[in-house]
Design a binder for this molecule. Structure first.
Ligand code: PMV
Length: 319
């Protein structure tokens, strides 16, 4: 009996510890994989002549590689699959069915779209040719990020494809990080979508109106991130927490926080967090809190403060 070939790959979510938004303007940022939640892509051989089908149950979406996509998300899936097939085989007329699912909350600044693209690149490349190096995966995912977000810094694809904590500067080789002590983070979801493209365009618009003021904030964020890298390496979590608090204040000046994010940040601090800030694009989405211990007290406090969901993770990364 012929058993059709089946390939399954996955990829984690991500959190930005410090430096989001300013990283688009060339200052450093630190991100870590969110290992407990993943996107999973499955590729199976399809009937000869049937072409490539893409199925995304979380998006209620289904399309072939050649039809016009009905949503931006489906267009991103198509682009990812097409680019990967071309990269590995030089053509995209194979007969395959690709299914992708994700347990990462969508549009919360936690890397759901990046993880989906990364899982797709890994599964499709492994199915048709052979597994790619993390760097190649990252470059292919960056193409998809460009389609979805316009001007991505490249931090999301880098941290997800490598599954390692990273000190990232746009256009430079990433520097992967180890932590002197494991750092426990609690992540709380406001329940409101964070649209990265809109948040990034908003910052760009305000930067154009007040360049020197915004560039001073970008510079200050970059300086915090450098100190945070050193604190992380030295296992100085108290200092890391203070730097996260200072970063949140600067992100508020960039106008990317929201009342819901500020409320969760305050609740985390009141419950003993060593530091707390929004993470990712902001205006909604999620916040992170640095737990002094395993984080149980923070989880309860954030739930009581109205978080739509709470997750925990440990930096540096996926074991
Ligand atoms: O995808 P998000 O919402 O986590 O945002 C990525 C971080 C930004 O700095 C806001 C954008 C970027 O490209 O770095």
């Amino acid at each position: 009996m012929h058993v059709p070939k089946r390939t399954v790959s996955s990829a984690p979510g991500k959190v930005i510890l410090l430096g989001e938004h300013a990283v688009v303007y060339g200052t450093p940022a630190i991100a870590a994989p969110l290992c407990g939640v993943r996107a999973v892509a499955t590729v199976t051989d399809a009937e000869p002549g049937s072409g490539v089908c893409i199925v995304a149950p979380d998006l209620d979406g289904r399309c072939s590689l050649t039809e016009r996509p009905t949503t931006d998300d489906l267009a991103a899936l198509q682009t990812t699959v097409r680019n990967t097939l071309h990269h590995v085989t030089g053509r995209s007329d194979q007969d395959l069915c690709v299914t992708v699912r994700s347990e990462i909350p969508i549009a919360r600044g936690l890397g759901s779209g990046t993880a989906v693209a990364t899982a797709l690149v890994r599964a499709v490349s492994a199915h048709v040719g052979g597994a790619l190096e993390a760097e190649e995966v990252s470059d292919l995912v960056l193409e998809t990020e460009r389609l979805l977000h316009g001007t991505p810094s490249g931090i999301d694809n880098t941290v997800v494809a490598h599954e390692r904590a990273v000190f990232f500067v746009k256009g430079r080789e990433p520097a992967f990080l180890d932590a002197g002590e494991p750092v426990h983070l609690v992540i709380a979801d406001t329940g409101l979508p964070s649209r990265t493209r809109d948040a990034v365009l908003g910052v760009q618009h305000r930067w154009q109106l007040a360049r020197s003021e915004y560039e001073a904030v970008f510079h200050d964020i970059g300086a915090l991130v450098e100190r945070a890298r050193d604190a992380l390496g030295a296992g100085d979590v108290a200092e890391l927490g203070r730097l996260m608090d200072a970063n949140h204040a600067l992100l508020r000046r960039l106008e990317v926080s929201s009342p819901e994010l500020d409320r969760l940040v305050e609740a985390a601090r009141a419950a003993g967090a060593l530091g707390a800030k929004l993470t990712g694009g902001g205006r909604g989405g999620a916040m992170i809190a640095l737990a002094p211990d395993g984080g149980d007290a923070l989880v309860g406090a954030l739930q009581r403060a109205g978080a739509a969901g709470v997750l925990g993770t440990t930096v540096p990364g996926c074991a």
